[in-house]
Design a protein around this ligand. Structure first.
Ligand SMILES: NC(=O)c1ccc[n+]([C@@H]2O[C@H](COP(=O)([O-])OP(=O)(O)OC[C@H]3O[C@@H](n4cnc5c(N)ncnc54)[C@H](OP(=O)(O)O)[C@@H]3O)[C@@H](O)[C@H]2O)c1
Length: 220
């Protein structure tokens, strides 16, 4: 396995912390990013205590500029402004979009219509030189943080147009869950993967569980 320096933008939130935990445990060098360097340092200390691996934290721009691979793990609200602001430091990097543009109303969660097709494609449009890959949309933050065992009964679906970047992220999926990621196709398919999370949230509510995605029919 090749080890990478990975920035987790939004790493103070539950999903970013959970991903950071498993990436750090797997031996990658993780830097947590936040709009506040202080919050980032606090989250990094928590992840470090939990993982036993050294984790640092700094502001989003500092984190992204110091890393080779940058995870975007922020809410859809504010996503465009954040990516626009970070565009100069994301240029040329592998950028992993984990963002699910979802709405919530009395009937539950639903996928929002995104003009660019998906959050991942919005990032690609704002930073044409970035090597954007969509992944990790369906892993539960609670499962990531609480599970002592690898989540190797779940699949990470990975989409992207840059073959080399996609294969790097397929390996990172294996680092997080313990089983190889699934090549889910081109970046435009993020438009199907991101709103699928609304279905999982509905299943979770009805069955009082933490559901996930597992693909059958693949020779592993
Ligand atoms: N939670 C899950 O189980 C889960 C599962 C799969 C995918 N996701 C996706 O992962 C992303 C993050 O989820 P989450 O539950 O961790 O979200 P969250 O806690 O609401 O946000 C994560 C972090 O993003 C930063 N942030 C919040 N609003 C922002 C804004 N307007 N601009 C820039 N940064 C902002 C905050 O960090 P600072 O205040 O420190 O900057 C926050 O701690 C979402 O797109 C979600 O759809 C979540």
């Amino acid at each position: 396995m090749t080890f990478h320096k990975i920035a987790i933008i939004g790493g103070t939130g539950p999903q970013g912390r959970g991903l950071a935990l498993w990436l750090a445990r797997a031996g990658h060098t993780v830097v947590v990013g936040s709009r506040s360097a202080e919050r980032a340092a606090e989250a990094a200390a928590e992840i470090e205590a939990r993982s036993g691996a050294q984790v640092t934290g700094t502001d989003n721009e500092g984190a992204a500029s110091s890393a080779e691979v940058v995870f975007i793990v922020v809410p859809w609200d504010g996503h465009e402004a954040l990516v626009r602001a970070l565009a100069p430091v994301l240029d040329g990097k592998v950028v992993v979009s984990c963002v699910n543009p979802l709405g919530f109303d009395a009937r539950g969660a639903y996928g929002l219509v995104v003009a660019e097709g998906s959050a991942a494609e919005q990032t690609q449009g704002l930073v044409p030189g970035a090597r954007v890959v969509g992944a990790f949309h369906h892993l539960s933050a609670v499962s990531l943080w609480e599970s002592e065992e690898p989540l190797d009964h779940e699949d990470v679906l990975v989409c992207g147009d840059d073959a080399e970047a996609k294969s790097l992220v397929l390996e990172l999926a294996a680092a997080v869950t313990g089983r190889a990621g699934i090549d889910a196709g081109a970046l435009r398919l993020a438009g199907q993967l991101e709103p699928l999370t609304a279905v999982l949230i509905g299943v979770n509510r009805r069955y009082k569980t933490r559901s996930g995605v597992a693909i059958v029919g693949i020779d592993r």
